[in-house]
Design a protein around this ligand. Structure first.
Ligand code: NAD
Ligand code: LMR
Length: 342
């Protein structure tokens, strides 16, 4: 009797946990750079998604152990590991969303732009493989400098004849996550309700939080606006300095990237109410790429939301004009990197 009741309990438990994580859809996600500081916690968070049926992990090193470890979690997705260039094509087969956090991170005294020399080539090579193997996938670029790596990816996709600007995203979700956190702390608001749009791009002054558009509506003094804006712009450096040589933000970044993946999967699954900020091809300004709120749909960017750039405060308008030359240069650097190659 005891044994039977144990069995029944075990069965009930396994049924309960199974039904709790029963997938309502089955999307395939690949992470390129999956064994890194961002890649590992991001893989764990994606492994918890009920929308994912296959999670393909690629890295040039150490990915086997990460995949073996994760594969023991009793959530629906199947985890597979791929390593070395010869396995990249298989990793990308039939994938719906590709997330790219491959590359070197910052250290104290090293800016995102300093990472260009190493990461530009890594992103170029990985996006070439995406172009050949899953040209219809949503591509989420995390590798820095995002302001240049997204234009690099676009140029590569153009060269391969498969560029769909609606499906290429620079991940700027961490800027929104930080802005929401800092504003909620400063103004003593319930965190879950706070939503601050962050536009521009993802480095220093190109990160522009639109505090005047914060929801719920909240009044800031000029000093608060100045202080919060600078903190949001330098939040990456805050983490880089605290880690003192051990890298940049990984856990908060994984959290933010997982949110962006989940939003993309919900959009692919037909949810018609999915909005995120992201750095995408855009005609909101004279710059070819610009981060703003977008509406996500089955085919990627369904709309770039222009309303939040209207009625800016004088501070925001000035900051917007001030970021343009730097962002323009970063975009041109990325484009030139691909175009000058034989
Ligand atoms: P990390 O060094 O811990 O991990 C990077 C991983 O990439 C490593 O496992 C490495 O083996 C792998 N890798 C290197 N070359 C590769 C290649 N050719 N193919 C596949 N994998 C390769 O670094 P991290 O902390 O995970 O950061 C990764 C990147 O993300 C950095 O460029 C960092 O600046 C950037 N980042 C972006 C944001 C953002 O908001 N967009 C935030 C934080 C960090
Ligand atoms: C971040 O915003 O944390 C990252 O882009 C890493 C960095 O170099 O600041």
């Amino acid at each position: 009797v005891l044994e039977r009741s144990y069995n029944t309990e075990a069965q009930k438990h396994s049924q309960r946990s199974y039904s709790y994580v029963q997938p309502h859809a089955s999307y395939k996600v690949a992470i390129l750079g999956a064994a890194g500081g961002i890649g590992q916690p991001l893989a764990l968070l994606i492994k918890m998604s009920p929308l994912v049926s296959a999670l393909n992990l690629y890295d040039i090193a150490n990915v086997k152990g990460v995949a073996a470890d994760l594969s023991h979690c009793n959530t629906p997705s199947q985890v597979a590991d791929y390593t070395g260039e010869s396995e990249l094509a298989n990793c990308l087969k039939d994938v719906d969303v590709v997330v790219i956090p491959a590359g070197v991170p910052s250290k104290p005294g090293i800016t995102r732009d300093d990472l260009f020399n190493i990461n530009a080539n890594i992103v170029k090579t990985l996006v070439e493989a995406v172009a050949y193997n899953c040209p219809d996938a949503f591509i989420h670029i995390i590798s820095n400098p995002v302001n240049s790596t997204v234009p690099i990816a676009a140029e590569v996709l153009k060269q391969k004849g498969v560029y769909d600007p609606k499906k290429l995203f620079g991940v700027t979700t961490l800027d929104v996550v930080r802005a929401n956190t800092f504003v909620a702390q400063k103004k003593n608001l319930k965190l879950i309700d706070v939503d601050v749009p962050v536009v521009g791009a993802h480095a220093g002054i190109t990160i522009l939080p639109l505090l005047s558009k914060t929801k719920p509506s909240v009044a800031f003094t000029d000093e608060e606006v100045e202080e919060l804006t600078v903190r949001i712009q330098n939040a990456g450096t805050e983490v880089v300095e605290a880690k003192a040589g051990a890298g940049s933000a990984t856990l908060s970044m994984a959290y933010a990237a997982a949110r962006f993946v989940e939003s993309s999967l919900r959009a692919l699954d037909g949810d018609s109410d999915v909005y995120e900020c992201s750095y995408v091809q855009s005609d909101l300004t004279e710059l070819p790429f610009f981060a703003s709120r977008i509406k996500l749909g089955r085919n990627g960017v369904e709309a770039v939301i222009s309303s939040e750039l209207q009625g800016l405060t004088e501070f925001e308008q000035k900051a917007l004009e001030a970021l343009k030359p730097e962002l323009k240069a970063s975009i041109e650097k990325g484009v030139a990197f691909v175009q000058k190659q034989p």
